[in-house]
Structures are given as C-alpha cells and as structure tokens.
Design a protein around this ligand. Structure first.
Ligand code: UAG
Ligand code: ATP
Ligand code: API
Ligand code: MG
Length: 482
C-alpha cells in the first residue's frame, strides 16, 4: 500500500491488516490507518494521540509524535496528503486504472461540462460515473456530495463503487483546492479539460499566480497516454499545458484549434453553432456555454466517439441544475433565472447573456450576494458588475458561514459607483430580497437570482437550513399574485 510513497521512517510492524482509512481521528478504530494532515484550521498531528486511543492500527504522519504506542505502527512520510492519495488508490484497487476517467478544471464551467459528459455518455449507452459539485452519480443513482472534489479516500471509494457497478467512464471536477491538497494524486486520468481561469479563491491561494499554478498542477500530473484539452481562447489556456506529458489538444471559437466552432446565433431558445463544419442547434444558452459544449464535444471525440452521434445527443442536452435555470411566472411572464454565478466572470457572463437575449422592453433585476469565509476581493467587483448589467439590484446574503452578513454587504456596497446608488437596495434576508425583487418586477421583466444555483440550504454559523432559490422564487410569484 505504500508504493509510490516517500517513507522517511517506519516504526512498528509493516505487516498490519488494515480494513479502513481515515483522515479524522474521530473515525479511527482498530484496523484503520489514520492520516495526520496539516489543515487550515488545525494540524491533524495534534489528534494522533486521540486516534491511537481509539485504536488506530497505523498512523501516517510528517512528524513522529514524542510518545509512541507499542501496538501502533507509525509511518513518517514527506507529505501525509500525498501519501494518503497513494495509499487510498492502492487500498481501493486502483479503480481509476479500470475507468476512462476525465477531469475538468477551471474557474467556471466544471459542473456544466462534467454533467454534460455524464449525460452524453449515458445516452451513448455506457455505464458512467460522475463526481460534481451538485451530486455524485453512478448512472442514474445519486450519491450526495459535500465537495466539488472529494478527499482522496472518499474519491477512490466512489471510483471503486463505479467500477463495481460496471462503469467504463467517469467524469469529475478537479478543484484547485483538490490539486493543492493532493486529493487527485495517484489517479490515472484518460484526459483533462481546462475551461478558463478568472478571479476566485484568492483567500485560499493567496495570489492569482498560485491559483494558476494549482490548476496547472493537474495537467503537470497527467501521463503521456492522456489527452490535455485546453481552451485556446483563454489567456491562460496555453500555459496550462506548458509542462504536461499528455497529448495537447485545443478548442476555440476564434481561431485555429483541434476543435473549432463558430457562433451563428445566441438566442433565448438556445445556441446555434457551426462545429467543425456541422450546423447544430443546442438548448443551452450563452456564449460561455458554447465553450462548454465545444469542450465536451472535443473530449468525447478524443475518447473515440463518433462526432455526428455526439453532436446529435449534445443538441438535446439541458443544463445542469441551477445553471441558467428558468422559472416563468404564470400571469406576468416574468422570467426568473436561477444561476450559480458566484465569481465575477460568471456573473458578467450570465448578465451579458441575458442582455444579448432580452427584448428592449424587458428590465433586468438582479438579486446577488457573496459567500462568507471565501475570497472577499470578489465582493465589490460582483456588486459593481450587477449594477452595470441590471436596471435594479438587490444585494443580499449568500452563505454567510461564520461572517457577519452585514460586513459582507458593506464590502459589496463599496463596489457600487455613486451613479448606481439609486438602483441598489440592500436586504440581508435572502427570502425578503427575492420577495422585494419579485415585487419590483413588471410583467415580462427578467429576474436573475445569482450565487446559489442548485444549493438547497443556507449556511449560517455552520448550521445549514433549508433554502432553495428556485422554490423561494416560485413561492413569491404565487404570494404576490404574479
Ligand atoms: C479549505 C479546505 O479546503 N478545507 C478542507 C480541509 O479542511 P481543513 O484544512 O480546514 O481541516 P482542519 O479542520 O484544519 O483539520 C486538519 C485535519 O485534522 C483532522 N481532524 C480535525 C479535528 C479532529 O477532531 N480530528 C481530526 O483528525 C481533519 O479531519 C483534517 O484532516 O480538509 C477537509 C477534509 O478533507 C475538508 O473537508 C475541508 O473542506 C472544507 C469543508 C471546505 O469548505 N472546502 C472548500 C473550500 C473546498 O474544498 N472547495 C472546493 C471547491 C472550490 C471551487 O468552487 O472551485 C472543493 O473541491 O469542494
Ligand atoms: N465556460 C464558462 N465560462 C464562464 N462562466 C461560466 C462558464 N460555464 C458556466 N459559467 C457560469 O459559472 C457558473 C458556475 O458554472 P459551473 O457550476 O459549471 O462551474 P464550476 O466550475 O463547476 O463551479 P464550482 O467551482 O463552484 O464548482 C454558472 O452558473 C454560469 O454562471
Ligand atoms: N464551491 C464554491 C461554491 C460557492 C457557492 C456560493 N454559494 C458560496 O457559498 O460562496 C465554494 O465553496 O467556494
Ligand atoms: Mg462545480
């Protein structure tokens, strides 16, 4: 199980029967391996005594504790997180080697692409796994998720379940946190896709350059048997593949690339594109989705699928939950749009898409907030973008987590230009904010509720209460007789 791991010291027997792995001392028990990880909040090394007390058979750590228990095996490694990924892959029988596993990375579009690939390959007749922000899936079986990319133990366990269920393919999101924390280390990928890189997660990575390096780290780790498919139109598209051993492939809407598309029309009923000389109508809306569709098409072709068959299926695909999901009020025909835009680029794209498809008589009203304990730099920018793209804006809470919602809102308000102050309302209670926006909307208007998309909860002080933008929007349309 330690193959691929740089072992610095081994104390105790190497011949231990192990039937479980954990990164949480509270889950440790006889027969388990406990990995002491250095985290953001705490250092897992401080929980080694607790794990041993609970009976952990093996402890994997970067520093040996001062007191060693006789019955426990200690493995000192250079990086506990990296070791955990290798051990997890081995423990679950290297499931990634038995799948065609494709990872999608980038600031925006990961869920959209991974979900579309899952649905496409299901329709092509395969058994398929999915690991995404919205949910994990084995064919149509839904397995709830807590992360965009699970930790290495859970990840390999899920991949093993996919293999057991007969899956031939799996599509997953690879977040920048996942790369830095070695959640995907030791996996064998058949391919990687890069969508785009814009402002997000600088709270965690510190600088944009570190964020870029994290994403690039995924491509640096691909093998030469894999493909690396990048967005040639993104400023960072080529740097992503600079040091990869994988086969380099590109997609573009603007210039030469392995996979090329030309935008014919971006309309309210969907996109009309020319892809590699084929004229295709899609149900997804917005130029950003032209990129997502092209990436998905390219990956499918690189996996050996027939281009015409792929495009036929893609043309019928609907968006992932909470991505440009529309809810139309019965009487007034107000169009509610619930979208997971929680970064400046996503918000700008969604608003410019709405601007492209709206009639001149339709006003755009936007409800938006920013998450707590996340990149604060996004807050003023997102508030300003909301103002630039809308006639009225209601600033509200997203998931405040452990921050004071009013502090977050004050930081958002700082981004509102004096000329726009008149169009902005600030209502911390998200339900009230949506209600107010619905009340403000005139028949036929467009009401964007951004930031939470598919989420069915609101996280306040670590407590997740039921909250679903789509449901609240429907409720308010009914309540206000819209
Ligand atoms: C910032 C971040 O990535 N945090 C992740 C990290 O937690 P942490 O570093 O805070 O852990 P910690 O609390 O300091 O504890 C350190 C270690 O001690 C252990 N511990 C702790 C207490 C105890 O009693 N015993 C014990 O053993 C913990 O299990 C942990 O291994 O490791 C944990 C275990 O894997 C993750 O659950 C946790 O995700 C938190 C919940 C999170 O919110 N992560 C977000 C930011 C995230 O990962 N997001 C990306 C997507 C971002 C995107 O949109 O692109 C994702 O992939 O989901
Ligand atoms: N290719 C794209 N370029 C820019 N914006 C996009 C793109 N695709 C989707 N978006 C916008 O970003 C939002 C999030 O999309 P999606 O959930 O697919 O991204 P993600 O990368 O999975 O996000 P997360 O990092 O939270 O997992 C969408 O609701 C939409 O507003
Ligand atoms: N995966 C992203 C999702 C953010 C969604 C937004 N609603 C928020 O809570 O900030 C994150 O964890 O940063
Ligand atoms: Mg996602």
């Amino acid at each position: 199980m330690l193959t691929g791991v740089t072992v610095r010291a081994l104390v105790g027997s190497a011949d231990v029967a192990v039937h479980g792995l954990t990164l949480d001392s509270r889950q440790a028990q006889p027969g388990t391996v406990f990995f002491a990880l250095r985290g953001v909040q705490a250092d897992g090394h401080q929980f080694i005594p607790k794990a041993v007390e609970q009976g952990a058979s093996v402890v994997v750590c970067e520093e040996l504790p001062a007191e060693l228990a006789d019955a426990t095996t200690y493995v000192q490694v250079a990086s506990s997180a990296e070791a955990m990924a290798h051990v997890a892959a081995a423990f679950y029988g290297h499931p990634s080697r038995q799948l065609k596993l494709v990872g999608v990375t980038g600031t925006n579009g990961k869920t959209t692409c991974a979900t579309a690939l899952h649905n496409l390959f299901r329709e092509l007749g395969y058994h398929v796994g999915l690991l995404s922000t919205v949910q994990n899936q084995i064919d149509e079986q839904v397995i709830p998720t807590t992360h965009t990319t699970p930790d290495a133990i859970r990840l390999n366990e899920l991949l093993a379940r996919m293999v057991q269920a007969g899956c031939t393919h799996a599509f997953m999101e690879v977040s920048s946190h996942a790369v830095v924390q070695h959640r995907t280390t030791g996996l064998q990928f058949a391919g990687g896709i890069f969508t785009n890189l814009t402002h997000d997660h600088l709270d965690y990575h510190g600088t944009f350059d570190n964020y870029l390096k994290a994403k690039k780290g995924f491509f640096d780790g691909l093998s030469k048997q894999a493909f690396a498919l990048t967005n040639a139109d993104d400023k960072r598209g080529s740097v992503m593949l600079q040091n990869t051993a994988a086969r380099r492939e590109t997609y573009s809407l603007r210039g030469p690339a392995t996979f090329r598309a030309r935008l014919i029309e971006n309309a309210v009923h969907g996109l009309h594109l020319d892809i590699d000389g084929r004229d295709v109508q899609f149900r997804l809306i917005g130029v950003f989705n032209a990129y997502n569709l092209l990436a998905v098409y390219g990956a499918a072709v690189l996996l050996g699928e027939d281009p015409t068959e792929v495009l036929t299926i893609l043309s019928g695909l609907t968006p992932a939950a909470g991505r440009f999901e529309t809810i139309v009020a019965e009487k007034t025909r107000i169009t509610g749009i619930v979208d997971f835009a929680h970064s400046p680029d996503a918000l700008e794209n969604v608003l410019s898409t709405i601007a492209d498809i709206r009639q001149p008589s339709q006003q755009i009203i936007t409800v938006v907030g920013c998450g707590g304990n996340r990149d604060a730099g996004k807050r003023p920018i997102m508030a300003n973008l909301a103002c630039q793209g809308s006639s009225r804006v209601v600033l509200t809470s997203d998931n405040p987590r452990f921050e004071d919602p009013n502090d977050i809102l004050a930081q958002m308000q700082a981004g509102v230009q004096p000329a726009d102050l008149g169009k902005v309302l600030t209502i911390a209670d998200r339900r009230e904010a949506i209600k107010t926006a619905v009340a403000l909307a005139q028949p036929g208007d467009i009401l964007l509720v951004a930031g939470k998309g598919h989420e069915t909860y609101q996280d306040v002080q670590g407590v997740k209460s039921d909250f679903d933008d789509r449901q609240v929007l429907r409720e308010m349309f009914a309540l206000l007789g819209k």
